[in-house]
Design a binder for this molecule. Structure first.
Ligand code: DI6
Ligand code: FE
Length: 409
């Protein structure tokens, strides 16, 4: 059994000096000679050395002129799951489409079988290497979804495993309930019964156990339509839980509009959104979470309308969507490179996408995502000096060190 992670003695006062500092606060620019001061794990100063307070009792860390940013956040993952889908990958190489495979009983359904077969300990053990790959790139906050159990007990087991990961590693884990991910075989042709008998009571049980931070769904022709998702979101509202939604990934069926109408934290994928969807997201303050790994892996051809999202000033986040089917990707930096190269995001948009806007997509903007007074001292130090180097490299990890809640990892 993997040993529990026990934080070192509680952090005192630390000062990181001599860094090229990107605070990612609104309108911020790169500070050539930056300083960050933290006390008991929270930021008390972040800015130019010339304006820094004297902190005589602090432990001083010389960052050596390296780039320092907020610790990256992966705001959309499915890292808790069993098995893999490499054979489907081969089928897709041979010309089968993701939708064909799903309709033939593969896809999510095949991962459901592999996931239900695992014990809670095995679920944790299989997720750990994926979590460690994200942490190795400086990630300090990870969102993890259920959605491969599709029975009440197995959905709870997935969420418990997600919570357990935060006891084994220095990381902030937030969970999303995704029982509305696919229709299990035992409910073939009976979506309304599945929602009534599994999804809704499962949500109530998960919430009662403190396992759910947000409620998600897969709004797509091969999954659940907007009216069905509205029933799930009604239950989330009764429980006071925020919502998010996989929307307009493979077609346009109104998921984005539904998410915006419920002031969702985020709408995710968005390859098939239109101008009115972007306008709706702007009105509701919902974050557009872009998932280029899935776009790339299933060889989608329709790109999200970034110009419309920009026109309406919709905050954009970038995440791995790490899952065994459409995005077996455990590198947030590669997702950043894809968001730039495939979707045309600027470096600034990419970096906001894995820091400030990713925090917004999780409802955590008051806690992390930027380096400013009062927030958690979640920092990343990089073996580079210019922000563009974080988006430019393909498959190279420039992380020098990671700080979580003020503690050097
Ligand atoms: N959209 C996706 O790309 C993943 N889930 C979803 O709603 C796919 C999950 C899988 O294929 O296992
Ligand atoms: Fe996903």
């Amino acid at each position: 059994m993997t040993p529990e992670y026990s934080p070192q003695a509680s952090p005192g006062t630390e000062i990181w000096r001599n860094c090229r500092l990107l605070t990612m606060t609104a309108g911020s620019t790169l500070i050539d000679d930056g300083v960050v001061v933290a006390r008991n794990g929270r930021i008390v100063f972040a800015g130019a050395a010339s304006a820094a307070p004297a902190v005589p009792d602090a432990d001083t860390i010389d960052v050596g002129g390296r780039l320092m940013t907020p610790a990256p956040i992966d705001c959309h993952t499915h890292i808790v799951h069993g098995g893999h889908r490499a054979l489907e990958f081969e089928m897709r190489l041979a010309g089968a489409s993701y939708v064909d495979i799903a309709k033939a009983g593969g896809g999510i359904a095949s991962t459901v079988g592999a996931t239900r077969a695992l014990s809670p300990e095995q679920l944790v053990a299989e997720a750990l290497p994926r979590l460690d790959a994200l942490l190795a790139e400086g990630v300090s906050t990870v969102e993890i979804k259920s959605g491969y159990g599709l029975t009440i007990e197995s959905e709870l087991r997935m969420l418990r495993a997600a919570r357990a990961l935060a006891t084994l590693r220095p990381v902030r884990i937030v969970t999303s309930y995704l029982a509305a991910h696919a229709l299990p075989a035992e409910y073939a042709g009976r979506k309304a019964d599945y929602i009534a008998e599994i999804v809704l009571p499962g949500l109530r049980a998960a919430h009662a156990e403190g396992l759910v931070d947000a409620v998600d769904g897969f709004c797509e022709g091969i999954a659940f339509d907007a009216a069905e998702m509205a029933r799930v979101f009604d239950c989330a509202a009764e429980l006071g839980l925020p919502v998010k939604l996989h929307a307009e990934q493979l077609s346009h069926i109104g998921g984005t509009r539904l998410a915006a109408s419920r002031q969702a934290l985020s709408a995710d994928h968005l390859e098939y959104i239109d101008e009115a969807d972007a306008e709706a997201l702007a009105r509701s303050g919902t974050v557009a979470v872009l998932l280029p790994g899935a776009f790339y892996a299933i060889r989608e051809t329709r790109k999200p309308d970034i110009a419309a999202l920009r026109r309406h000033r919709v905050p954009m986040a970038v995440a791995t969507d790490c899952n065994p089917g459409t995005s077996p990707l455990t590198s947030l930096l590669l997702a950043v490179n894809m968001a730039a190269t495939l979707f045309g995001l600027t470096v600034d948009e990419c970096l906001a996408g894995v820091t400030s806007n990713a925090a917004r997509a999780l409802g955590l903007f008051d806690e992390t995502g930027t380096l400013e007074v009062g927030k958690s001292a979640d920092l990343a130090v990089w073996n580079c000096t210019t922000p563009a180097e974080l988006a430019y490299r393909i498959g190279f990890n420039p992380l020098h060190s990671r700080v979580f809640k003020g503690q050097q990892q």
